[in-house]
Design a protein around this ligand. Structure first.
Ligand SMILES: CC(C)C[C@H](NC(=O)C[C@H](N)C(=O)O)C(=O)O
Ligand SMILES: [Zn+2]
Ligand SMILES: [Zn+2]
Length: 393
């Protein structure tokens, strides 16, 4: 299949102006001012008119409960597993799956099977081995074997700290798991990243600061998530990022609601602060916690139910940055494109470059609404509607 996207405003993330883009199979083959091609009808060439549209890399959602999560309110509160179009209609072409609080009724066999299912349906998937708890439940019985010999496993997580729902791991347990992930990543050319769930407990990022202080493990080995869940934790995260650490924001479908409810710091305000502090533009990511449980409380802080994370919250966050905080699009989209790709060592992902995977989103220039999504060269969403569905959708 050969596709030409013509006359479109390209953000690599860096903006490079109006271009023609040639896609061949599942790769980006050329990025030129003008592309002239004549195959004498040998192969069908699909032409897409990109006039008045923006092209950005397909989004990478680096923390998603693809198998479902939740359960904190009992069995009836276990959230449902993800469906293909919930990702593609949100512009997501790559996901990293994780288990959460419940690593018992859900396990790594099922998570890997779900990741493979989504890959068969057309997007790119990876997983973290483990769940909230240490010691980790792995596939092979060992962290290092999981990372070295199971292609989709890129690290461990989401390992919970500073949370009443964690396994209350000792510092020694934590750094041993991190050391195993790091060395296994090294031995297999992978990130071996440690995705850390940070709860709202008072110890915040203490384990991470201690790791940098007391061990040889570099700060770049970790990707702490939910760092914007409250303002005290966010301040700790800013200090951590200034030391060169990576930080992952959790997106919200309704940032205002969570700001007033939980004192959460919205991604757009958090990114503005990052820019003001001069923190490196590689060091922040945004993930959806899709299909993860989001406990909802009323004004008296009574548990009134459980919400579910959604990948569409990534686009809500990006729009919030552009329209409400005047953050340039090319900066905001780094959080869901080149930054997670670099931190997680997802080769060929996260940028519009020659020979990279043809994972692309076409956005409306004015509204930034998603118009078309292409995953590995295949059109998954057209005219804002899914045109490819999961098996049971
Ligand atoms: C950041 C906040 C709002 C949500 C966050 N979600 C998870 O960690 C996933 C959840 N526990 C699951 O297993 O599905 C939380 O519960 O703290
Ligand atoms: Zn979490
Ligand atoms: Zn989660």
């Amino acid at each position: 299949m050969i596709t030409i996207i013509r006359n479109i405003n390209v953000y690599k993330p860096e903006p490079i102006g109006i271009k023609d883009i040639l896609l061949m199979g599942d790769k980006i083959a050329a990025i030129e001012d003008k592309i002239h091609i004549n195959l004498n009808g040998l192969v069908e060439v699909k032409e897409i008119d990109g006039t008045g549209k923006i092209l950005v890399p397909g989004f990478i959602d680096c923390h998603v409960h693809i198998l479902g999560g939740g359960g904190e309110g009992g069995f009836s509160t276990r959230t449902p597993e993800a469906t293909l179009s919930s990702f593609t209609t949100a512009g997501v072409t790559t996901v990293v799956g994780t288990l959460g609080t419940d690593g018992v009724a859900r396990d790594m066999n099922a998570l890997l099977a779900k990741a493979r299912g989504l890959e068969e349906e057309g997007i790119t998937t990876y997983v973290y081995t483990g769940s909230y708890r240490l010691p980790l439940n792995t596939l092979t019985g060992e962290i290092m074997k999981d990372i070295m010999f199971i292609d989709k496993v890129i690290g461990i997580g989401e390992v919970a700290i500073s949370d009443h729902r964690s396994s209350q791991p000792t510092f020694e347990e934590f750094i041993r798991a991190a050391a195993d992930a790091r060395v296994a990543g090294m031995l297999s050319g992978k990130a071996g990243i440690v995705n850390v769930h940070v709860g709202d407990g008072p110890r915040k990022l203490e384990f991470l600061f201690r790791t940098i202080e007391e061990t040889e493990i570099p700060i770049t080995q970790f990707l702490p998530t939910h760092i914007n869940r409250n303002s005290e934790l966010f301040e700790d995260a800013i200090k951590y990022a200034k030391m060169g650490g990576y930080i992952d924001f959790t997106a919200s479908e309704d940032p205002e609601l969570w700001e007033e409810q939980d004192g959460e710091v919205s991604f757009s305000k958090g990114l503005k602060r990052i820019l003001e502090e001069g923190i490196h533009l590689d060091n922040f990511t945004l993930s959806s916690d899709g299909q993860g449980s989001l406990p909802i409380f009323n004004e008296k802080k009574e548990f009134v139910g459980i919400g579910v994370g959604k990948s569409i919250s990534l686009l809500v966050g990006i729009k919030d940055c552009v329209f409400n905080e005047n953050i340039p699009l090319e900066i905001a989209i780094r959080a869901v494109t080149c930054n997670p790709a670099k931190i997680l060592k997802l080769n060929g992902k996260g940028r519009i470059e020659r020979y990279f995977d043809a994972d692309l989103c076409i956005l409306d220039e004015k509204s930034l609404d998603i118009d078309m999504v292409i995953a590995k060269g295949k059109i998954m969403v057209e005219n804002r509607k899914a045109v490819v569905f999961g098996t049971f959708e």
